[in-house]
Design a protein around this ligand. Structure first.
Ligand SMILES: [Zn+2]
Length: 601
């Protein structure tokens, strides 16, 4: 089967280069796309089954099989991308054929050039970068400490000397050795992008947003400027609290914040130090969801059923029986699994699953609502052709789950019988709740923006290898207002100490998802006629919200994303003002707290 379809594809490509009539070429493009969708669908079903078995039963054998299927998937995507690029100048293609060819061309994050040996070299370098990161260790008290442990320790340790040691050792040991490999990776992948008709890899990535690549970069800046005042107030407040706690010698009351003091290796989310900055009396949230779940005898299954209940309350269908039979809800006692929560759609129709080692606590309660958002999105677009089985753009998928998770408000907990109506926290507790949220969601914004700003500059050649480190430190200062705890030499490579750089995972999507989830949430609040403070709204049980949400989700990636956004929110523009509206009470409070302080850096 496989070899026959491969042959058919080669014949099509061969004829294409022959330069036939335009109409003929259009028909060939259409046939090429149809064949590609067939092959991809067949590969995807097998590969996802293989991957599922691997992630839920890790052995030497399933690792090897998953790697083999991964490699076959890459080969297939490369072949299809190159095939698609041959139709670049074919006139009179239909909207769908053109769109699908573009999707095929952009399916590979790091395209290899055609010259012999290049794909192999790129693959060796990419794998080496990933494993350098995976095996990377820092030190704590002079002893080696692994990646996941050091991440946790950065959230818990409060001794500034130890934080500095962990930060420096991680960036030195993990980032610095990657410098030359990364330089080479950029050069090869850019060659590959040129083969596909893009000036560089960054442009290829930015062209995935239904607008000219430069316009997209400006769009990111526009969204950032909308939310920047909120970040500046949060930065100002947290800096003052850290300075009070650690003393001015460790953290000055003015200027940038020391990056290792924020409870996270990359200073990207600050929730871990919430207790350090929470104001007295305002800091507690008024109820303890983990305790409520225990008191009501929730188990993992009941947690998932409750999450499903949110979606069915909106009028969306129940999850299929196979979801309950095939998902992994708890950590098996007798085998290794990947516990990191994920949502799956194996057959691109109804074989939906989640994989998660659920603990009965508040965090996992929210994560379940998030993961099921992916499943409901996948199911809503399952009538679309293969190349449209995706979010409207790559920020949408994460935003759906997060937006539903935002709605797990105290009122919602009352409606599902977890919280007694008399125990709904009074408005004076809102500041604590909002500050806790902002420490993660608002603090993330400048980091979410700058990772790809750095990478776009590196990929376009605007930043030369000699300036890789400096440009990273500059952007961190400019956007986040943070500085390294120690002077960084020009030979360092701090960006490599963040997984998504060696892993070559584009990052703009995470920034967009943060913005979009609040925009979705505000739209849902308006549709449900909510009149109170935005952050208190739960649209649980609102069928109109469900109907409009489903309309957006069912489009998959078949239309430019503004069409999808409009179907749900009525707006064709991404908009950071919803996030500002959500955090308005906190903004007012922060401005009061910051009176007399010199904000900014
Ligand atoms: Zn997710």
């Amino acid at each position: 089967m496989k070899s026959r379809s491969l042959l058919a594809l080669m014949v099509i490509q061969f004829i294409c280069t022959g330069g036939a009539l335009a109409q003929n070429d259009a028909a060939k493009a259409e046939a090429f796309v149809a064949q590609a969708e067939k092959e991809l669908a067949a590969h995807s079903l097998l590969a996802s089954r293989m991957e599922w078995v691997n992630r839920t039963y890790i052995t030497e054998d399933t690792d090897a099989l998953a790697a083999e299927f991964g490699a076959r998937g890459t080969q297939l995507s490369v072949r299809l991308a190159k095939g698609a690029a041959k139709f670049d100048n074919t006139p009179s293609l239909s909207f769908d054929v053109r769109r699908k060819l573009d999707f095929l061309k952009r399916a590979i994050v790091l395209p290899a050039p055609e010259r012999p040996g290049a794909a192999e070299e790129l693959n060796v370098i990419a794998t080496r970068l990933e494993s350098t990161y995976g095996k990377g260790k820092g030190t704590l008290d002079g002893k080696p400490i692994s990646g996941s442990d050091i991440e946790e320790a950065m959230g818990q340790v409060r001794d500034p000397e130890k934080l500095k040691e962990m930060w420096k050792s991680w960036h030195d040991n993990v980032g610095s050795p990657m410098r030359d490999d990364y330089t080479r990776l950029v050069a090869i992948a850019n060659e590959g992008a040129k083969d596909l008709g893009f000036p560089d890899v960054g442009t290829l990535w930015r062209s995935a947003y239904d607008m000219p690549p430069d316009d997209f970069a400006r769009e990111m800046d526009r969204l950032w400027l909308q939310v920047k005042p909120l970040y500046e107030q949060l930065h100002c407040y947290v800096r003052a609290k850290l300075s009070e706690h650690y003393g001015a010698k460790v953290q000055s009351a003015t200027g940038p914040i020391r990056a290792d003091l924020l409870g996270n290796m990359w200073a990207q989310e600050w929730g871990n130090i919430y207790q350090l900055v929470a104001p007295q009396g305002v800091g507690d949230l008024g109820y303890d969801l983990t305790a409520l779940l225990a008191a009501k005898n929730y188990d993992p299954l009941k947690m998932v059923k409750t999450g499903e209940g949110f979606y069915t309350s909106l009028g969306l269908p129940s999850l299929p029986p196979t979801f309950w039979e095939r998902s992994l809800f708890t950590k098996p006692r007798d085998r290794e699994v990947v516990c990191h929560a994920s949502a799956w759609d194996l057959d691109n129709k109804d074989d939906l699953r989640i994989k998660m080692c659920i603990k009965v606590n508040a965090e996992d309660f929210v994560v379940i609502h998030h993961e099921l958002g992916h499943n409901y999105y996948q199911r809503a677009y399952n009538q679309q052709p293969f190349l449209y089985l995706n979010g409207a753009h790559d920020g949408f998928h994460e935003a759906i789950g997060d937006f539903i998770a935002l709605s797990t408000t105290p009122d919602y907990l009352v409606q599902i019988g977890l919280l007694d109506a008399s125990k709904v926290p009074s408005a004076d507790k809102d500041i604590g709740l909002l500050l806790r949220q902002a420490m993660d969601k608002v603090a993330f914004l400048p980091f979410g923006l700058l990772v790809d700003k750095w990478r776009w500059d590196v990929l376009s050649g605007a930043t030369k290898p000699a300036d890789y480190q400096k440009h990273w430190t500059d952007l961190r200062l400019r956007y986040q207002g943070v500085i390294p705890p120690v002077e960084r030499p020009a030979t360092a490579f701090d960006p490599g100490a963040k997984y998504h750089i060696p892993g070559s995972v584009p990052y703009a999507r995470y920034f967009l998802a943060r913005i979009l989830q609040f925009q979705f949430y505000k739209a849902a609040a308006e549709q449900s006629g909510w009149k109170g403070p935005l952050h208190r709204c739960s649209f649980y049980g609102n069928k109109e919200v469900g109907e409009r949400l489903n309309k957006m989700m069912a489009m998959g990636s078949s239309k430019p994303w503004p069409d999808a956004l409009e179907a749900f929110t009525g707006s064709r523009k991404m908009d950071g003002s919803a996030m500002i509206a959500y955090f308005q009470p906190l903004m007012t409070w922060l401005e009061q707290q910051n009176k007399g302080r010199q904000c900014g850096w």
